[in-house]
Design a protein around this ligand. Sequence first.
Ligand code: S3P
Length: 178
Amino acid sequence: MKSNIALIGFMGAGKTAVGKVLAEQLDKEFIELDALIEQKAGKAISDIFREHGEIYFRELEIAAVKEVAHRQNTIIACGGGAALNKINIDRLSEQGTVVYLVAKPDAILRRTSGDKTKRPLLESKDKLAQIKEMLEYRKPYYERAADIRINTSSHSIEEVANQIIKRLTKNESDSDKK
Ligand code: S3P
C-alpha cells in the first residue's frame, strides 16, 4: 500500500495548510517542497526566480521531488507548478497517492493576496485575470496527475483534510475488492 500523500493544485489551494493537518491526523511526516528548495538553495523562492529564472527553479524542484518521493509515511505539499512536469508525478506516484486540491479563481485570489515572497508568478496588475489564465492552462495537468480530486473553495482546512481521509479509506477498500 502507498503510504505517502502528494498534494497538488494551484497556488492558494491550501496544500500546505491541509498537509499539516493531514500529517497530524494520520501521524505522518510533513514536507513542503518549496521550504526544502529554499533551505537547499539558501534563498527565498522569489530570489531564486529573480536571480536564476524559472527554469532553474524547476530544476531545483525536480531534484527536491526526487529526494523526498521515495520516503514512506510522508505528506508532501508540492508547489503549484510541480505537477506540470511528468517526471515529478511519476516519482510522487511510486509511493504516494496524488491528491488534487481544486480551488476557484476568486478563492485563490483571496488566499494569495499579500504574499509576495513565495509567488513571483502572480505579480501582474490584474491578478484575477492572470489566475484564470494560468488555471485554464494548468487544469488538464492537475486532472491528469490526480488519483483523487477534492473541492476546497468553500471548505475549511479541517473539512478538506477529513474529506481526503474519507476518500483515501474508500480508495483502499475499493482496491481490496479488485
Ligand atoms: C509556483 C507555486 C509556488 C512556488 C513557486 C511557483 C507555481 O508554490 O512553488 O512560486 O508555479 O505555481 P505554492 O503553490 O505553494 O504557492
